[in-house]
Design a protein around this ligand. Structure first.
Ligand SMILES: [Zn+2]
Length: 221
């Protein structure tokens, strides 16, 4: 009797572990990259560079400047992103003291200003990305025809009705880094899971402007 219970316990543990670590295969990663980025036919994309990969040009234009406003959660999220990506992504100092309206490229962390569609603040208003405080809109032109994102985005974390978790913070950075529509593992099901990490990693491992048939995929999770 004792050994039988032990066996059942082990089975449950293995099953639980396996389901937590499951992630879609290479084809699934490409599918998610299409949905959230390459297709470019859903918000915030506007049809420019449709079917091409779009992201910040960290290699040529430099690390993404971030005005962190010493937000501990944002710093934790950036640390985690850089750890998983295996490279530096963010320049956390150069715009630290620049007034918001003088910043021309980068992310501005704004605590407590998240809101939902139509400016409604409710329990789901935990984080968002937009062109300024008090709006959910994106800049009208925030990336070029070759797919390079170069703009100023506010990363809003928390509101009066919701305190953002680390997962939510990473999710919002994911939007700011070039993830558009939600997919399973990014806003559908979980705020983020391994399927998100595989997408983010491959967005930055592949070339700006790459088409689907030019992608090379590394499944890191
Ligand atoms: Zn989202």
């Amino acid at each position: 009797m004792t050994s039988k219970l032990y066996f059942l316990g082990v089975c449950f543990l293995l099953f639980a572990c396996e389901s937590n670590e499951r992630a879609v295969n290479e084809e699934g990663i490409i599918n998610n990259m299409n949905i959230t980025n390459l297709y470019g036919d859903t918000f915030p994309w506007n049809g420019i560079a449709a079917r091409h990969l779009k992201r910040w040009d960290v290699e040529t234009e430099g690390l993404i400047p971030v005005k962190t406003n010493n937000n501990a959660l944002a710093i934790q999220a950036m640390d985690k992103i850089e750890e998983v990506m295996g490279v530096a992504m963010f320049d956390r100092t150069s715009i630290a003291d620049v007034p918001n309206d003088e910043i021309t490229r980068g992310l501005i962390i704004s605590e407590g200003t998240a809101m939902g569609p139509g400016g409604v603040v409710d329990k789901n208003s935990c984080g968002m990305v937009s062109k300024n405080i008090g709006t959910t809109s994106y800049p009208t032109s925030f990336y070029s025809e070759n797919g390079t994102i170069n703009t100023v985005l506010y990363v809003h974390l928390s509101s009066s009705k919701c305190t953002a978790s680390l997962e939510v913070a990473i999710h919002e950075f994911g939007h700011a880094l070039g993830a558009g529509a939600h997919f399973n593992g990014f806003g559908h099901g979980d705020a983020i899971n391994n399927d998100f990490w595989n997408v983010l990693y491959n967005l930055y491992k592949n070339d700006i402007g790459a088409r689907e048939n030019q992608l090379t995929i590394d499944k890191i999770k």
